[in-house]
Design a binder for this molecule. Structure first.
Ligand code: ADP
Ligand code: ZN
Ligand code: ZN
Length: 817
């Protein structure tokens, strides 16, 4: 009897593909193992075995596989089931899910690029002949495609060689540049060595006699080091002596103190004694009981707890319970909120049982987590991870926590699978009969709605931990301030007043501006021309730091122009403003204070993000200017004032969720203010202080926001009542996109009538030389989701069968919000 396997290929291919295998291979292979297979004329892929059987394919002759790559499965049955669900629900191929799930080192294929591992010297004797040939070739050429290796080795079957070389750490698979978790750099000071003798010290203190403040700092340094017998942090010194960092800096400049940095590696768990979890206060205790009670009857529960109410400590208690039952926990966080602050906190409680899965980790680290999970190692009991960790091989999940469940970044937009990690997690939990806890201070409308409909359990926590008061929110009417000439650049007099006071009290400030770059758009004052990206239909934005104009969509850039390209005028002006401009203005307003900026530009480099967070934590920064990056779960004790520079550009964003998102964003930023004893203050500058959302932010009225927004969603037929599928067509030829989109829309209308919107060009309709056109399908509450998708797939198939339309790219995006 002939033997076959069906495999999943990591490509957008709808069907599984069948290959021929020998009897012996059939006895050995199990679903979830990898095989290398030929595909098309010359391609090689790593494929995952889906099933072993005896039925020959009808329409093509099955090719032989090249090689079996594993002894045991690397993908579990439950994962395969889960992948299939994702593929059906999000209308993509299982292969696309596979590509998103597997670490790239598992996915060798003809296009994979390999390079020599520079961190390691391999002895030639340790390599087999074929391995040596490859290794040798990499001495002459820094990188090779696997396709090249086929000619070097003169055979098609090269993946096993690569696999062995990878296992010997001789080579690495090229990938985007990932950074390791970064060491935390903390600033310390000591007395300069020239004062180490008793006498020199006496002289110094006498000399400083008149500079009272400086003398106090030196004395404080003494007493701290005498007490702790450890190096002294700058932050401890300023706290203890009550001196500002300016005075410390003066002492450093005078060579009296010496500064140095110590790396405290924040992620490597040092194997210290585990801390026991914190005793919950009465409110937390009550919430915990309610969650447990709710889990008796509900699989999913929403915890609506205000910022700083101590949600994390409640999660910790739940995790303890689940670990006691020998079950695993998945703790999901948005990528950017996955800070070392939190990793540390959890490792303190759960030690080695915590594994972190993060896109910033190297391939090797991710492979390690994957393998630990496959083995159900004690090291992989609490998985702390971002979006893609829902795709990992779990053995016996007991609980999934989705923290900051409202976060937009849980949804993957590009490439496929365009999945939402929260919703995908809920499905994963169901497969294991596990519970899911969604947590947020500002839940998404859909989750809150589900809770109100009793589809989810619901628990509230309205008290901040330690009864810290919610910050005091004040709206500032900048239209009026402009009229009365009370503005200094983008700062109102109120903002400057409060900032001055906060700084005098020795507290820190966060300023939020929802845009990066200096002043995004450059415009000619004479003719109104503004430089455009040649590839995308969008204005270039000005980046002062490099003095260049950049496209935020495709990365095109050119030097800042001195003259208008259209009319030659030299009067070029900038419109709007970004974080960089705010930073500049703050520096001018408060020249004696340390100002820093946190946005995509400043955090891109090595250690960028961690450095800024650490500096703020250590109170080395007085004023931090940033974008939404600031909103994510950070806990800074000394920040007392939060300023939102301009609320209007969020509120006016052309999207049906703009109001909901603005509310969430502003409350989350506000939540950074006054996390300890002092009441925090939030100032919001706006042209429109009577806007409902701003009123709701200032009174922290989630319920009113929810009701009003739901009313709008009802009237305009938007989620969570209706559901959406967005279909985007892309092609370089404008007319072709138009024609194709009209055809597509017409076909959809025949089925869905008025519930089809578009076709529409998006605000930016040309990206990387491709024109985009969108069609939106709205799905009424009672209409079957799966039937809707079936109908769309049918239309899509007829569309693809028209020869003229074939080159048009179609992107299906389910729940595109
Ligand atoms: P949330 O996640 O709701 O924003 P956190 O869990 O981060 O709040 O708690 C805010 C702060 O209060 C943290 O510094 C945390 O350590 C502290 N905290 C919360 N609960 C307790 C507790 N029961 N005992 C001691 N400290 C707590
Ligand atoms: Zn561009
Ligand atoms: Zn001009």
């Amino acid at each position: 009897m002939p033997n076959f396997i069906d495999v999943i290929l990591p490509i957008p291919l709808e069907k599984l593909f069948t290959y021929s295998i020998t009897e012996a291979e059939a006895n050995f292979l199990k679903p979830g193992m990898r095989v290398s297979v030929p595909f098309g004329k010359s391609k090689i892929y790593t494929a995952i075995v889906h099933s072993v059987h005896n039925i020959a394919p009808v329409v093509y002759e099955a090719k032989d596989i090249h090689q079996i790559l594993d002894e045991t499965p690397v993908v579990m049955q439950t994962q395969l089931q889960h992948w299939h669900w994702i593929s059906r629900y999000y209308m993509c191929s299982v292969g696309e899910v596979m590509r998103a799930a597997l670490p790239s080192a598992f996915l060798l294929e003809s296009e994979t690029i390999i390079t020599k591992n520079k961190d390691r010297v391999v002895n030639d004797e340790d390599l087999k002949d074929d391995e040596f040939l490859v290794y040798e070739a990499l001495h002459h050429q820094s990188s090779l495609k696997i396709q090249d290796l086929m000619s070097i080795l003169d055979k098609k079957n090269v993946l096993p060689v690569i696999k062995r070389l990878l296992e010997k750490n001789a080579i690495t698979v090229e990938e985007e540049i990932y950074e390791k978790y970064k060491p935390k750099l903390v600033r310390y000071v000591k007395l300069h060595s020239s004062f180490s003798s008793e006498k020199a010290l006496q002289n110094l203190l006498e000399e400083l006699g008149r500079a009272r403040k400086q003398k106090e700092v030196v004395l404080a340094l003494f007493s701290i080091s005498a007490q702790t017998k450890k190096p002294v942090k700058v932050s401890d010194l300023t706290n203890q002596s009550g001196a500002s960092s300016t005075i410390v800096k003066a002492l450093i400049d005078k060579d009296i103190l010496e500064e140095y940095f110590i790396q405290t590696d924040r992620v490597q768990y040092e194997g210290e004694e585990n801390e026991s979890s914190k005793q919950l206060n009465e409110h937390q205790e009550k919430a915990l009981e309610q969650i447990e009670q709710s889990f008796q009857s509900q699989n999913i529960t929403l915890l609506h707890g205000v910022t700083s109410s101590g949600k994390t400590e409640i999660y910790v208690k739940l995790i303890e319970e689940v670990l006691k039952q020998n079950k695993q926990v998945l703790y999901l966080l948005p990528e950017i909120a996955l800070t070392t602050q939190l990793v540390n906190r959890l490792q303190n409680y759960f030690g080695e049982q915590v594994s972190v899965f993060h896109s910033k980790y190297s391939v090797n680290e991710r492979v390690e987590v994957w393998n630990n999970m496959l083995d159900n190692s004690p090291k992989a009991q609490v998985i702390l991870g971002a979006r893609s960790s829902v795709l990992l091989p779990f053995h016996n999940l007991g609980l999934i926590i989705v923290d900051e469940e409202h976060e937009q970044s849980y949804k993957q937009f590009d490439p496929a699978p365009r999945y939402h990690a929260r919703d995908t997690a809920i499905v994963l939990a169901n497969m294991f009969k596990a519970k899911t806890l969604l947590g947020s201070a500002t839940p998404s409308l859909e989750s809150y709605y589900n809770a109100m409909q009793n589809k989810y359990g619901f628990v509230e926590l309205n008290q901040r931990y330690n009864n810290v008061m919610m910050p005091d929110v004040e709206l500032i009417d900048i239209k009026d301030k402009h009229k009365r000439k009370r503005m200094n650049g983008h700062f109102s007099d109120r903002m400057i007043e409060e900032m001055t006071e906060t700084l005098e009290e020795g507290h820190q400030i966060i300023l939020f501006q929802n845009r990066r770059g200096f002043s995004p758009i450059v415009e000619c004052n004479t003719c109104g021309h503004s430089p455009q990206c040649p590839n995308c239909d969008v204005s270039l934005t000005f980046h002062q730091y490099k003095n260049e104009l950049r496209c935020h969509y495709c990365g095109y850039h050119m030097a800042m122009q001195q003259q208008c390209q259209a009319c030659g005028s030299v009067e070029i002006d900038s419109k709007g403003f970004g974080t960089e401009q705010v930073e500049e203005e703050v520096k001018a307003l408060f020249p004696n204070h340390k100002v820093a900026r946190m946005d995509l530009d400043t955090t891109r480099g090595k250690y960028g993000y961690e450095k800024i967070i650490t500096a703020l934590e250590q109170q080395e920064i007085d004023i931090l200017v940033g974008t939404q990056m600031l909103t994510k779960g950070l806990d800074f004790r000394n920040v007392k004032l939060v300023g939102i520079m301009n609320a209007d550009n969020m509120l006016n964003f052309p999207d049906f969720r703009a109001h909901e998102r603005s509310f969430q964003l502003m409350l989350q930023v506000a939540g950074r203010a006054g996390r300890t004893d002092k009441r925090g203050k939030v100032l919001i500058q706006t042209y429109n202080p009577y806007h409902r959302i701003l009123q709701q932010v200032s009174t922290n009225n989630y319920v009113e926001m929810f009701n009003e927004q739901m009313n709008d969603r009802h009237n305009y037929k938007y989620p969570p009542l209706y559901r959406l599928i967005k279909i985007t067509l892309k092609h370089r030829d404008f007319n072709k996109v138009n024609f194709a989109a009209d055809w597509y829309t017409k076909s959809l209308r025949q089925v869905f009538r008025d519930n089809v919107l578009g076709p529409e060009f998006p605000p930016v309709s040309r990206i990387r030389n491709l024109y985009h056109k969108n069609i939106l399908v709205k799905i009424p509450p009672k209409q079957s989701l799966s039937k809707t998708k079936e109908a769309i797939i049918k239309i899509n198939n007829s569309f693809q069968s028209v020869k003229d339309f074939r080159p048009v790219r179609v992107v299906l995006n389910v729940d595109n919000y």
